[in-house]
Design a protein around this ligand. Sequence first.
Ligand code: AQP
Length: 335
Amino acid sequence: MTATRVFSGVQPTGNLHLGNYLGAVRNFAALQDSHECIYCVVDMHAITVWQDPAALKQATLEVAAAYLAAGVDPENHIIFNQSQVPGHAELAWALNCVARIGWINRMTQFKDKAGKNREKASVGLYAYPVLQAADILLYKATHVPVGEDQKQHLELARDIAQKFNNDTGAQDFFPLPEILTPPEAARIMSLRDGSAKMSKSDPSDQSRINLTDDADTIAKKIRKARTDSDPLPENKDGLENRPEVKNLINIYSALAGDDAETIIARYAGQDNFSGFKTDLAEIAVSHFGPITAEMSRLMDDKVHIEAVLRDGGARARAIAEPVLRDVYDLIGFVR
Ligand code: AQP
């Protein structure tokens, strides 16, 4: 095994979408050959907002199925759900005492998610970034594949690690984790609004492509995706101030593996988006068809997915426990 360790997670809070897949999950599989990987279904993050218990269970299995369908190997790497490893909550408490309130107050995701109802948001939603730091540091992970929206949280995790190392005089105890974002898909935008991130919680289902959508639904959503009334651009500069068009070109690029210039040259000057959208729909359907089919096959055998999560949980605990013991020794807890 290499000296690098990858950790990442996805919340079981609804249908996974194209943004989750291109921004994070696809990278999970790609990193397996070169890194030791730990992929978590972060159910403890999910409950920072109310979750129906039956829906939470179902979504936890679905996210695990998505990891497997995307090609993550659960034998050579680890897939588990967070609540199976008590070390996440225990380290989060210790790190709550390291992180400063001023640092957490700067987190834009809390402001976005809590909205105007800040006083009524759960304490968990506020402390969420510290739990996320604990998730990563519990395994001394060195690399974290996530979308760009998580950049601020990753920087916070580095600050917390650095302060813990300084405070305890154990300078190299926690490595400072590095973010890995895919260049062309770090931030996939809504299909209805090029200024908003594609998101599970967007009330409009038309704003996103879900991993569970069938071929017709995918094609329809792409056909209806918002563009503008100008022709397709002649070059990359022509994407300036055209966020919806830029987003579709980015999606095309991420799925087809062609760079944006090549794609723009292919459709340059066409006075409507119909040909471009037809091709993009075809690419998306051929990409997601096999993943969707595999997810649905796996979901017919929930016992198998639960066994994968249990086995992964036991192996994750074995890595986490000595790290937590060292943390407690550094803090000065009597054991
Ligand atoms: N639009 C996106 N483009 C690229 N990456 C994205 N990610 C999320 N949206 C995009 C990445 O997906 C991973 C899992 O995200 P998560 O479920 O843990 O939380 P999230 O970022 O809050 O995802 P959503 O879909 O936007 O959910 P809601 O609606 O609940 O906020 C992360 O690596 C994330 O960066």
